[in-house]
Ligand binder design. Structure first.
Ligand code: FAD
Length: 279
């Protein structure tokens, strides 16, 4: 059972709980991006288990009227067990999702996985272009080149700052430099992409910059934020008419994800401490 304090960031252990959460969000004009918690499986069997969960989730989504997509991690669907395991499983998920009209996001993990993820994605994007999107990270120095490559293929792109501690030869270390890169990549995306721009950030400065670029380039964008983070801002942005989608993790591997969220910000730590003291 997930303790109540973790429920701020994780929708539940089951797909049904996550779909109930999406229904609530949809009532507030916000879409859902569902992620089954799990990563770094070392064998094909372990990866296949989560692939089955996604295939079932896609089948469930098809039967609903919910506004929701899914988001998968490469190492969850087999990257650590071999490139071909990842590629096979990506195609299995994308072909089923394509049949059932469910959009699939591919998360980006640490820099050692960028090439293989980008290669598998660009191959699939040509085939399933309308229904896939990839995450790219502003902290990586290579991202300008990757965006040029992504401009050539169909599909959406989610720009994030980057969640992994990367070495200084491949990644900017200072927040200031990551923020500068984020803005510069965002501007490139507005200049170059006609659609499919996703701002994956809670940062008001990045969101305001995207709003400014939208006016300048007359190109739309969507905002993506995590469940439990700036919840009121998500509702407010949706009320203002922006497309907002919330990333919703669920599943029985919730503990490490929850502790990561709690550790990353003082406010979250205080929230957890208050919940423990008042329970
Ligand atoms: P930060 O630089 O962390 O914060 C900037 C400002 O945002 C803060 O000063 C504050 O004003 C506001 N803010 C941030 N957090 C909070 C909070 N908890 N409460 C209130 N205000 C806050 N990373 C990857 O590497 N790969 C992925 O595939 C990936 N997918 C993601 C998908 C989504 C939908 C999102 C939202 C993030 C994803 N990330 C991913 C994580 C991302 O890389 C960042 O680590 C994370 O979003 C923190 O950066 P930030 O842009 O939100 O702003």
């Amino acid at each position: 059972m997930i303790p109540p304090i973790a429920r701020r960031f994780v929708a539940g252990e089951s797909a049904n709980e996550s779909l109930d959460h999406v229904a609530d969000l949809n009532r507030n004009g916000i879409g859902g991006i569902l992620n089954v918690l799990g990563e770094h499986y070392q064998t094909r069997d372990a990866a296949d288990e989560d692939v089955s969960k996604y295939l079932n989730l896609i089948a469930q989504l098809e039967k609903t009227e919910l506004t929701a997509s899914i988001s998968v991690k490469p190492s969850q669907i087999g990257l650590d067990a071999g490139d071909e395991v990842f590629e096979d499983n990506l195609v299995r998920i994308l072909s089923t999702a394509d049949e059932k009209n469910v959009f699939v996001w591919v998360d980006m993990e640490d820099y050692t996985t960028t090439d293989v993820t980008l290669d598998a994605y660009t191959q699939s994007a040509s085939r399933y272009g309308g229904g896939v999107g990839l995450c790219v990270q502003a902290n990586l120095k290579r991202t300008a080149d990757d965006l040029e490559r992504l401009a050539e293929v169909p599909g959406k792109v989610r720009l994030v700052k980057g969640a992994y501690d990367e070495p200084s030869d491949v990644a900017y270390q200072q927040k200031k430099h990551v923020n500068e890169a984020y803005k510069s990549h965002l501007e490139y995306m507005f200049q170059t992409f006609n659609s499919g721009i996703a701002v994956g950030s809670h940062d008001p400065e990045m969101i305001d910059y995207a709003k400014e670029l939208r006016e300048r380039y007359k190109t739309d964008f969507e905002i993506q934020m995590l469940m439990g983070v700036r919840t009121e801002a998500q509702r407010e942005l949706a009320r203002e008419g922006y497309e907002v989608n919330q990333y919703i993790p669920y599943g029985n591997k919730w503990a490490s994800y929850f502790y990561r969220r709690v550790r990353e910000r003082k406010e979250n730590l205080l929230f957890a401490a208050r919940a423990v003291l008042t329970s």
